[in-house]
Design a protein around this ligand. Structure first.
Ligand code: UTP
Length: 414
């Protein structure tokens, strides 16, 4: 330990992060060890690069943006529906589809004390979000007579509680042997001067590295390997917080196979030009998403020949990847985006500070940055009231209340 401490001191002094050992002497033996290991394995050069990135604005001016083709589910002919369904059902019945739920987020806006999936949506049954998602898998299991493997991506912050919740609820009646958990990566949070923040205890304040961290996490945790061993060919990846998400959808699977693409995504029509959602597009001739923070007023309002928004296909975090593409993406590094957030921390005088204004940089990769590794992408436009009921905020728009109402209407619950 003495030797580790000496090396750690050398490293942090080289990178101007000496304060990281500020509380060292007061930590338990275990925490001392953990802190030293974190310092010794941390990529300080990467952290310096990330800090530099907070000073520059991403420049999209030279990107060539175009609308991307989509298929509207409700306009498919009977023959098309039948063809896609057959193609998709074949994959599912042969056990070649796996499902991943991304549940590593912090859910700060919802403010629920615990992983978002453990939230009671307030239905008469008092089902949690995890159970609601599992209901969908149980139906598919019955229909196709196959245990669809369900992978849940958690984070350091919520993994233990998530696993415990599944254990305590007997995996909601889904076979435990078909449920897998894996943790996503994390990155330290920085203050405005580039200093790594300490948490209340005096340990490094780290946060999950964004939903785009999924690819690296799948590779590092041997999830892709594990899927390949099982003969999985297609992987649906969705967020935990859409209570109408259709994780097993033969039409989406059939469409991507028919169009001979390696990735597909579901979209819903953007409600109005100002709606705060990312939209599918082609960027430099590759599939991509334009974020709402990035789109100009002019582009967001532009109409096509049918008077629909030209960039109107909202990305709802419902995507399906071929395993070969997942493997390719996981070997590449996705860029990190900077968010400026409120984060509790320990100051240099040992006081715990709970800021009322954003004070810290958080770095996140986004899943849709991976789309450009495919040449093209299948987009299936679905209906909001059938497939999109997000639980984001405590009240108001996209809250538990709005999601509950959408869920009840769709499932005819009074
Ligand atoms: P959001 O971007 O809505 O973030 O995540 P969030 O953490 O749930 O909520 P806020 O912003 O703190 O209020 C969309 C989906 O991506 C997952 C979330 O769990 C959710 O399913 N996610 C997000 C991760 O799995 N890991 C992350 O690092 C970020």
């Amino acid at each position: 330990m003495e030797e580790k401490l000496l090396i750690a001191k050398e490293i942090i002094s080289k990178y101007g992060q000496k304060h990281l050992l500020q509380k060292y002497n007061e930590l338990s033996k275990n925490d001392k060890n953990k802190l030293l290991d974190e310092i010794l394995t941390m990529n300080f050069n990467q952290i310096e690069e990330l800090y530099k990135s907070t000073k520059t604005k991403p420049n999209f001016e030279n990107d060539r943006l175009e609308p991307i083709k989509h298929i509207t589910k409700s306009e498919l002919s009977k023959e098309q529906l039948e063809e896609y369904t057959n193609l998709g059902e074949n994959v599912i019945k042969q056990g070649k589809l796996a499902v991943v739920t991304m549940a590593g987020g912090q859910g700060t806006r919802l403010g629920h004390a615990g992983p978002k999936g453990t939230y009671d949506l307030g239905l008469p049954s008092h089902k949690s979000i995890f159970e609601i998602l599992c209901d969908h898998l149980k139906l598919a299991r019955e229909k196709y007579n196959v245990d669809i493997p369900w992978y849940l991506m958690t984070s350091d912050e919520n993994n233990e509680e998530t696993v415990k919740f599944f254990e305590n609820n007997n995996y909601f009646g889904y076979p435990k042997s078909a449920v897998y958990f894996f943790k996503q990566g994390k990155l330290p949070m920085l203050d405005t001067k580039g200093k790594i923040l300490l948490d209340e205890k005096g340990m490094i304040k780290q946060a999950a590295d964004g939903h785009g961290g999924i690819f690296e996490a799948m590779r590092k945790n041997a999830i892709i390997y594990n899927m390949k061993e099982k003969g999985i060919e297609w992987v649906f990846i969705g967020g935990v917080d859409n209570v109408l998400v259709k994780m097993v959808d033969p039409i989406l699977t059939g469409l991507v196979i028919k169009e001979q693409n390696l990735v597909a995504g579901k979209s819903i029509v953007k409600a109005c030009p100002e709606e705060k959602v990312g939209v599918f597009c082609k960027r430099n001739n590759r599939p991509s998403v334009i974020e709402y923070t990035e789109i100009s007023k002019e582009l967001s309002e532009a109409l096509d020949e049918n008077s629909e928004l030209l960039y109107g296909e909202s990305h709802i975090l419902c995507n399906q990847f071929n395993i070969s593409l997942l493997e390719k993406i996981s070997e590449n590094k996705l860029p990190y985006h900077v968010a400026f957030k409120k984060a509790k921390y320990l100051d240099e005088n040992g006081n715990i500070v709970e800021p009322t204004q954003p004070n810290a940089y958080k770095f996140e990769a986004f899943i849709f940055d991976a789309f450009s590794l495919a040449e093209n992408m299948s987009i299936l436009r679905v209906k909001r009231e059938e497939e999109f009921a997000p639980v984001k905020n405590a009240t108001g728009v996209d809250s538990a209340e709005t999601a509950r109402e959408l869920y009840k209407a769709y499932h005819h619950i009074n």
